[in-house]
Design a protein around this ligand. Structure first.
Ligand SMILES: *Cc1c(COP(=O)(O)O)cnc(C)c1O
Length: 493
């Protein structure tokens, strides 16, 4: 069986089940396994069958302490009628290139692909030791809803989500306030997202709280994107996109392929690198950033420098200055040099910046390219792609599309990852198409966008109009700790 250890040392050695429950290593590093390629299924095996077949092979390989039956029950629960496409992640044409639609899950954003699976993996991982898992998370809008939807009524788990009062969109608030499930809690806080995030970190560090919960057999855990259980499910759709293109005759098995990925925390694009390590013939992974272009600079120069202004953009899920999952890439590109990764991360913590050795930068450039799009370029791309191809893009996807369009095509198949339904960002998309949206609410924008383009919003978003609101709690930041404990006790009682 393969074991996981920290990116920063090899002192701890964990099974994947343990790594999924722990989330982050004791030394602050991220869990990785050394050899991703060894024993991987062949490309031929990975291209046969359905999305679910591929998911079973990918998970079975990367999480090899799960039994085949455990993996099967997880895949069945995660990828079924909860997605509104039989293909789960359909590939559609866009001019000469392709779009991989990752937003057909219950919350209409790509985080569903991982967050429909993570709770299932946690359910299986904790089985046997009798502990129950309480997820506590702060959200600026999208992740919280995807976590709620993934954990709702999953046995032995509970979830509490905090979001900043008055600082999420109408639709995002409704998505959370109407969440079904007996094991969920949703609470607005008086403060901004950073306040919520910082307090959640303090809740995790509160030893007395952990001890009280431990007496009730409850462990606190997080669902954030550094968890191995979120990374691994994302590897599947890279193989699946390739299989769909092979089936459509757009490439032959063995041909190279490029992916362009709208990037924030680097989880999505890192999964593409895992697919490459496992044998998918990926030529280039293009990292697309918005005005928060710390990754563009890093990939260009080898220096990662977070000391820069933070921009609030129309692609908010990419408004990030520290891309946590990049640490895993540094580990692989340095051939597993934990000491180097440790010292780079210490530089980042102490100085706010680090520079990788030239050899590492050279290896980075063998696979990775980059580019950026500010809000003006993003809006222009939404308009141009609609006008030219009648494909409606959300702002995150449009960032990637802009970056891909700036690269010369050379006959290799190119796939742009699409991370959200345009209807999740109706107002910004409508405005990009030239409409005055001032004074319009969330549903009015959805209706106008539908009418203008002749496309339909996802059913789950339309259904919010009639859904009953269950949660209206608002607490101060100083009350979040007590709220988290009370809801853990209540929903896991
Ligand atoms: C989270 C998210 C991203 C960024 O993905 P990472 O894995 O954090 O790089 C991009 N687009 C949307 C819509 C997202 O929700």
């Amino acid at each position: 069986m393969t074991t996981y250890h920290s990116t920063r040392s090899r002192n701890e050695s964990l099974t994947s089940k343990q790594a999924i429950l722990e989330g982050i290593a004791q030394d602050g590093g991220l869990f990785v396994r050394d050899d991703v390629a060894a024993g991987a299924p062949s490309l031929e095996q990975l291209l046969a069958g359905t999305y679910q077949d591929r998911a079973r092979l990918v998970l079975g390989h990367l999480l090899d302490d799960f039994t085949a039956e455990e993996i099967s029950t997880c895949v069945e629960a995660a990828y079924g009628a909860n997605f509104d496409s039989k293909l789960i992640t359909p590939v559609t044409p866009c001019g000469q290139d392709w779009t991989l639609e990752l937003w057909h899950g219950p919350t209409s954003a790509f985080k569903d692909v991982a967050l429909q699976m993570l709770p299932q993996l946690m359910r299986v991982s904790r089985a046997g030791d009798g502990r129950r898992v309480m997820i506590v998370t702060a959200t600026s809008g999208d992740t919280g809803k995807a976590a709620l939807e993934g954990f709702a009524d999953v046995e032995g788990t509970g979830v509490t989500v905090f979001y900043p009062h008055g600082k999420v969109s109408d639709i995002q608030r409704l998505q959370m306030a109407t969440q079904r499930g007996a094991n969920v809690a949703v609470c607005a806080i008086e403060g901004n997202f950073d306040d919520a995030q910082s307090e959640v970190k303090r809740i995790f560090a509160d030893e007395a709280l952990r001890a009280r919960l431990a007496e009730r057999n409850v462990v606190l855990s997080s669902a954030n994107s550094i968890n191995v259980g979120r990374l691994v499910p994302q590897v599947t759709y890279y193989f699946d996109a390739y299989a769909q293109l092979a089936a459509a005759g757009a490439l032959k098995p063995g041909d190279a392929i490029d992916f362009c990925v709208p990037t924030g925390n680097f989880g999505d694009v890192l999964a593409g690198y895992y697919a490459k390590l496992m044998g998918l013939p990926v030529r280039t992974l293009v990292v697309a950033s918005n005005a928060n272009d710390v990754l563009t600079d890093f990939i260009t120069t080898g220096t990662y420098d977070r000391r820069r202004p933070f921009h609030k953009t129309i692609s908010p899920s990419m408004d990030i200055l520290v891309s946590s999952n990049l640490e895993r890439l540094l580990f692989y590109l340095s051939d597993g040099d934990c000491e180097l990764v440790s010292s780079l991360m210490a530089d980042l913590a102490e100085k706010g910046a680090y520079t990788v050795p030239p050899t590492l930068l050279t290896r980075l450039h063998e696979t990775f390219a980059c580019g950026r799009a500010d809000d003006a370029a993003t809006r222009e791309t939404i308009r141009a792609v609609w006008d030219e191809h009648h494909v409606l893009l959300d702002p995150h996807t449009a960032v990637a599309r802009h970056v891909l369009d700036a690269r010369p095509a050379d006959g290799v198949a190119r796939v742009c990852l699409s991370t959200a339904s345009p209807y999740k960002f109706s107002a910004d998309v409508l405005a990009a198409l030239g409409h005055d949206v001032s004074g319009m609410g969330g549903f009015a924008c959805m209706d106008a966008l539908s009418e203008l383009t002749g496309t339909e919003p996802p059913a789950a978003l339309s259904a919010l109009r009639d859904a009953e609101e269950r949660f209206d709690d608002v607490v101060s930041v100083s009350d979040m700790n007590r709220y988290a404990e009370d809801s853990a006790v209540r929903v896991l009682a």
